[in-house]
Design a protein around this ligand. Sequence first.
Ligand SMILES: [Zn+2]
Ligand SMILES: [Zn+2]
Length: 309
Amino acid sequence: MTIGKILLYYCFTPIEDPTAIMLWQRSLCEKLGLKGRILISEHGINGTVGGDMDACKRYVRETREYPGFKKMEFKWSEGGAEDFPRLSVKVRDEIVAFGAPGELKVDENGVIGGGVHLKPEEVNKLVEERGEEVVFFDGRNAMEAEIGKFKNAVVPDVRTTHDFIAELESGKYDWMKDKPVVSYCTGGIRCEILSALMKNRGFNEVYQIDGGIVRYGEKYGNDGLWEGSMYVFDKRMHHEFGQGLEDPGFIQLGHCVHCGKGTNTFHNCINEDTCRKQVLICDDCIQHAETQHCGRPDCAEVAAAQAQA
Ligand SMILES: [Zn+2]
Ligand SMILES: [Zn+2]
């Protein structure tokens, strides 16, 4: 049996001909038997692919042969090709959809005008030095923060990254424009863009965490400024640091929408026709059709009808 791996990576660098890169990456992945999802734009590349260990190693080596990707970091994680339904390699206006392709500027060193990168220990040092003045700003979708976030973080009201610009321009966050603001997201890619958008809108002292929550959590587990679980976009749905759910420092932030019991498991609302919501439902409530909904009245009706059937 061969050992599988998953690679996660991104790189902001000018790409003159995204279509050529897309075709090259597609044939490279096909040749190596990798599956997953790769997005390419004129600002860079963002990918998650899985396959055999040896194939992944070759993929890294060959991908780094493109000058713009030479210094790209790859994060290795457990898994394999079987974790993905197919291979998808696409050209898009943006590698993360903020709806601001014309605003983002990159050069060979990455995003121009983004927040200052902080290593996990530098995040703690900033908080030690500046205390409560420091604001943590969640760069993810609000739902993700329901199960975990930095202590006292501000969680913007966004359903997708597309909502950030309106949110930043709403005036709601003007009070933090002269404070040290630490933006954070899962692996760091969203904050590369978000921190630049914030600086362009008058937030004067913006930081971002190198490697995002992932790297901070690997370093400090549940003994730092992070609280709860980290939402992940694969079938696991959530990840805990340190000793996991049994860790004495672990704080359960998520609660079942029906009974209030602590949980960090998201489920799709039963009303799949008109509601795409993922919602926290505990292990008990998910057993019964009448509580497999998100709480919206029409969804509750669908659930009730299912329970009758
Ligand atoms: Zn419940
Ligand atoms: Zn619903």
